[in-house]
Design a binder for this molecule. Structure first.
Ligand SMILES: Nc1ncnc2c1ncn2[C@@H]1O[C@H](COP(=O)(O)OP(=O)(O)O)[C@@H](O)[C@H]1O
Ligand SMILES: [Mg+2]
Length: 261
């Protein structure tokens, strides 16, 4: 009960937000209770999942700023457009907290962990945390709070194995020093087009560096549905449920629950 999963890659545009929103939606529709934590001050996940017109008063900002006892009545948890999915949203102002969080480290860096873990365990099956595209303060806070990390990579352009190894090493380092529960779960190969040589080459390249049980069998295809859905500020399931992209996230949710059920 209450597995906390960070979606992590220090590169932008690889599908962290897409994965957070669509995997969460699939898990919710498959009968699981899901909490999304928008760990990126850019707040794209919040925009995508909150019903339009939602007034955000309390958010992740408050959980980073002071010690907080999280509850369904504490004001930090909001309904989303997706069945069985709730969210702790983020706001752009959270970025301005970083200097004071660094000067108050380590206690400030453990606040999310301290407020989230017990609450998640008691009330949710899965908590999915979106992350900003860096390896900075907020990524540390999010990983300190997590049990697992999923690392999406793009199959449509060359990528850095170095970057991936850095992410895996960061996870190992945090596991040793701060959060013994943290495990690298799987790489997720996103934006796959099986017709192209680059997609096949990248799939081949990662399977030479990573073991079979470090890569999701499910791959996410390139699908115009994601961009169209994003333009309408919806996850892909709302209007594009029959797209290949939506089908892939349904499969991914099943694969995930079969691994860490
Ligand atoms: N499989 C895919 N097919 C087509 N477009 C995609 C796919 N995955 C992500 N995108 C698009 O790529 C852009 C970047 O994705 P996003 O999830 O925001 O990346 P990140 O959060 O890692 O910066 C978005 O416009 C998104 O809709
Ligand atoms: Mg993002």
């Amino acid at each position: 009960m209450g597995y906390i999963i960070s979606v992590l890659n220090n590169k932008g545009g690889v599908g962290k937000t897409t994965t957070t929103c669509n995997l969460s939606d699939s898990l919710g529709k498959q009968g699981h209770k899901v909490l999304v934590v928008d760990g990126d001050p850019q707040s794209n996940t919040s925009t995508m999942l909150l019903p339009s017109g939602t007034q955000i008063r309390k958010s992740l900002y408050d959980l980073f700023e002071s010690d907080t006892e999280l509850s369904f009545t504490s004001g930090h948890i909001y309904a989303t457009k997706c069945k069985s999915v709730q969210i702790i949203p983020n706001i752009n102002d959270t970025a301005s907290l970083e200097p004071s969080m660094i000067s108050e480290a380590p206690i400030s860096l453990l606040r999310l962990r301290n407020s989230l873990r017990g609450f998640a365990n008691d009330n949710f099956d899965y908590v999915i945390i979106d992350n900003p595209p860096n390896m900075g303060t907020f990524v540390l806070c999010n990983l300190y709070a997590s049990d697992f990390a999923i690392v999406p990579i793009l199959a449509k352009s060359s990528f850095s194995v170095d970057g991936l190894i850095k992410a895996v090493n960061l996870i190992k380092d945090i596991k040793e020093k701060v959060n013994p529960d943290l495990k690298f779960l799987r790489l997720l190969i996103n934006s796959v087009d099986r017709r192209t040589a680059i997609s096949r080459a990248i799939t081949e390249q990662v399977s030479q560096v990573f073991d079979q049980d470090q890569i999701f069998i499910t791959q996410i295809p390139i699908s115009t549905a994601f961009e169209k859905a994003e333009a309408g500020k919806e996850p892909v399931f709302k209007n594009y449920a029959t797209s290949t992209g939506a089908a892939a996230f349904r499969e991914l949710a099943k694969e995930l629950t079969s691994i860490i059920g």
